[in-house]
Write a protein that binds this ligand. Sequence first.
Ligand code: APR
Length: 262
Amino acid sequence: MNVTLELVADYIANSRKIAVLTGAGTSAESGVPTFRAQGQNKSAQAPLWEKYDPSELASPSGFKRHPDLVWQWYDWRRNLVESVSPNAGHHALAALEKLYHPQPRTFTLITQNVDRLHHRAKSQNILEMHGNIVSFRCFDHGHQAGEVERSLPSPPLCNDGQCHSKLRPNVVWFGESLDSAVLDAAMAAARQCDVFIAIGTSALVQPAASLPYIAREHGAKLVEINLERTALSENVDAFLQGRSGDVLPSLVDLVKAHPRPV
Ligand code: APR
């Protein structure tokens, strides 16, 4: 592993544009369950929710059919993510980005996560491909809502004038398209970067799963950090096996100590 870690540190120290894609594995060490449980990882649902299919809960049709159930599921997940803290991996990514700030270099953090832990770790240039679960808008007209009371049994109603539509989380549901500006920016970052690092993602869900391949097609070095090999692993230049909360701080230390400081 150390040889590969040094190789990746060299990639980064010599790069001018980095793009990072994070998935649920990046938040696992904070206590946020991943979606496709492997090994010791729990599923994204506590036992209370295990009998439901997430795509049934995380979809416009599911919300229309079961507004109270969907609202309570997101309330449970929101309370969970707000009760945990960013882990060493989140902080390492924020530190790596800081190494770039004074330079005409770019660091783009593309996340599939909806927990806002990268924001809380003070990362700056973040693209939330799947939105987030800690802010809300109304279902019918998209009016953004302010702070929402916790543990309500039903979705509160929009108080924007006479709207009164039910509130929903600002998350991308199954069957919904991503924010086009976010997607365009993520695609551009993948095309323009010279190093692309995929961290804690099963690399299965589109369109995020295409980003590493786009980067590679445009000549970037492709790095993967994961507990185990994924569908992406055979296509990468360097595979760093381990917990992101362990690997990332070690990687940042090597970059800082690199003879060609970033
Ligand atoms: N460090 C690094 N990798 C980890 C860790 C860890 N501590 N823990 C788990 N992993 C890896 C797993 O091996 C797995 O490859 O993280 C990955 C998590 O995969 P998923 O649960 O599929 O999460 P993700 O890839 O983010 O899912 C993508 O699917 O359901 C949708 O919208 C949802 O954004 C999500 C998308």
